[in-house]
Design a protein around this ligand. Structure first.
Ligand SMILES: CC(C)(COP(=O)(O)OP(=O)(O)OC[C@H]1O[C@@H](n2cnc3c(N)ncnc32)[C@H](O)[C@@H]1OP(=O)(O)O)[C@@H](O)C(=O)NCCC(=O)NCCS
Length: 225
């Protein structure tokens, strides 16, 4: 049996906690490809404070001190939708250094291609073989159906559901519980608000919300006198 590869997690926030739990579930299921060395985070306030028993070793530049370790980039925020590919680029992480994490309670159709660095959490369902891009995050209970294609760095929060034939462009962010009608295209770096229902193509770089989803037009903030 080959030895488990050491693993560093970049990011020490909520998604990192969920990934630690998923890694524990993978180990419990009897396949343990990784041994967690610790977390890395660029916020010095987090250094030295363990997260769920796992140490925060220092800043993300420490990946260079562990060239044999695989790296799981676990950041996800709608404010920086392309955070994971950005971090991988900044740290010079090639695909063979990126860890891929699939929770044992995910149901992924055989033949699905999962890109390097992707994270699929518990309850994710992929109903038919398809391509899931590198560094995609699918949070719990995300549903991907036949002929979907999810691009690099896309984040899908819990319970997102894509009908068949949907294409999601790179680094789009789909908020929790959002729904996308069949055969639509979600543009790269776009944002779909939580609970939204998308019934037409979402242009790149735009934020849409509501049911049916429409482009978010921000009202000017009232100025206090
Ligand atoms: C769409 C989103 C990014 C907008 O956030 P924001 O830029 O901070 O915008 P605000 O909260 O200031 O809201 C701006 C307006 O959009 C409305 N709005 C925000 N999100 C909305 C949503 N999901 N559905 C409908 N309307 C929404 C607000 O009511 C507000 O309307 P108003 O101007 O008439 O008062 C955010 O609300 C969202 O849905 N994020 C995803 C959250 C998520 O899924 N988290 C999961 C983490 S695991």
């Amino acid at each position: 049996m080959s030895a488990a590869r050491p693993l560093l997690l970049v990011g020490a926030g909520g998604l990192a906690r969920e990934c630690l739990a998923a890694l524990a579930a993978v180990e419990q299921a009897g396949t343990a490809p990784y041994t967690v060395l610790g977390l890395l985070d660029d916020d010095p306030a987090r250094h030295g404070t363990p997260v769920d028993g796992t140490p925060v070793l220092g800043g993300s530049e420490l990946v260079d001190e562990h060239p044999d370790a695989a790296v799981l980039v676990c950041t996800a925020t709608s404010r920086v939708p392309d955070s994971r590919p950005r971090i991988a680029r900044r740290l010079g992480l090639s695909d063979d250094r990126l860890a891929t994490l699939v929770h044992p309670a995910a149901s992924v159709a055989r033949g699905t291609e999962i890109g390097a660095g992707a994270i699929l959490l518990a309850g994710v369902v992929v109903t038919a073989p398809q391509r899931i891009g590198r560094m995609v995050v699918a949070m719990p209970q995300v549903l991907l159906t036949h002929d979907d294609e999810v691009g690099e760095g896309v984040t899908m929060a819990g319970r997102v559901a894509l009908a068949g034939g949907v294409t999601v462009g790179r680094c789009a962010y789909l908020g929790a519980g959002s729904l996308v009608r069949e055969n639509l295209a979600v543009g790269e770096l776009s944002l779909l608000g939580m609970g939204s229902v998308l019934l037409e193509d979402l242009p790149a770089g735009e934020t849409w919300v509501g049911s049916p989803a429409r482009r978010l037009v921000r009202r000017p903030k009232a100025v206090a006198r």
